[in-house]
Ligand binder design. Structure first.
Ligand SMILES: [Zn+2]
Length: 202
């Protein structure tokens, strides 16, 4: 088995796009995977992810588990007129990162990959499934089913500014990345991800 064969979770956002470029630079053989979990911005994300794949000469697989979005809560999946959250609102979908990793691990077995890669960055404890503790526990769970699979999350200690710096060094076309939580085809400039993006790029 090729020990540098990896399933890369690619959302088309800055973090996962930088991850795909980082893996390419580090000579991994990648298959990119987009998970449609019924989030509102999926079309714009798929478009961005496809552009990244085109630039890296990679294929993009799309897994549709969209129905789960109707049963989950949060700004990523609920209609704006259903939202009734007090600020600060979070770009959070319950169990999302475990959901993504499990799907990638399923595909990894089919493709004889022994890594799944996810572009988690430091959230300073704001997101429970974006921590080193989460990664270690998720890794144990995946390894119970398949001891050969490991999780690559090389950016888990980096903040957003450090990711942007790395993206520049790797030549990531950050202008094609998409990271809004609310709008279907543009950056709304009011959601948490847009505010973070605006502050980062200004
Ligand atoms: Zn937005």
């Amino acid at each position: 088995m090729n020990n540098k064969n990896v399933i890369t979770l690619l959302s088309g956002g800055l973090d996962s796009s930088t991850l795909a470029y980082w893996l390419k630079k580090n000579s991994y053989k990648q298959s990119c995977l987009f998970i449609d979990y019924g989030h509102k911005t999926k079309k714009a994300e798929i478009t961005a992810a496809q552009k990244i794949c085109n630039k890296l000469d990679l294929n993009l697989g799309v897994v549709n588990i969209g129905d789960i979005g109707r049963y989950g809560k949060g700004i990523l999946v609920e209609n704006n007129n259903q939202l009734n959250y007090l600020p600060p609102i979070q770009s959070f979908f319950p169990q999302r990162n475990m959901l993504l990793l499990v799907n990638a691990a399923i595909v990894a077995e089919k493709k004889d990959a022994n890594h799944v890669a996810i572009g988690l960055i430091s959230s300073y404890g704001n997101y429970p499934d974006s921590t080193r503790d989460f990664l270690e526990a998720a890794s144990k769970v995946l390894k119970i089913s398949n001891p050969l699979i490991s999780i690559l999350a090389p950016f888990i200690e980096l903040n957003k500014s450090e990711i942007l710096k790395m993206a520049a060094e790797l030549g990531v076309p950050v202008d094609v990345t998409f990271s809004c939580d609310l709008a279907e085809n543009h950056h709304c400039m009011i959601c948490p991800s847009c505010i973070e993006r605006f502050q980062l790029f200004k």
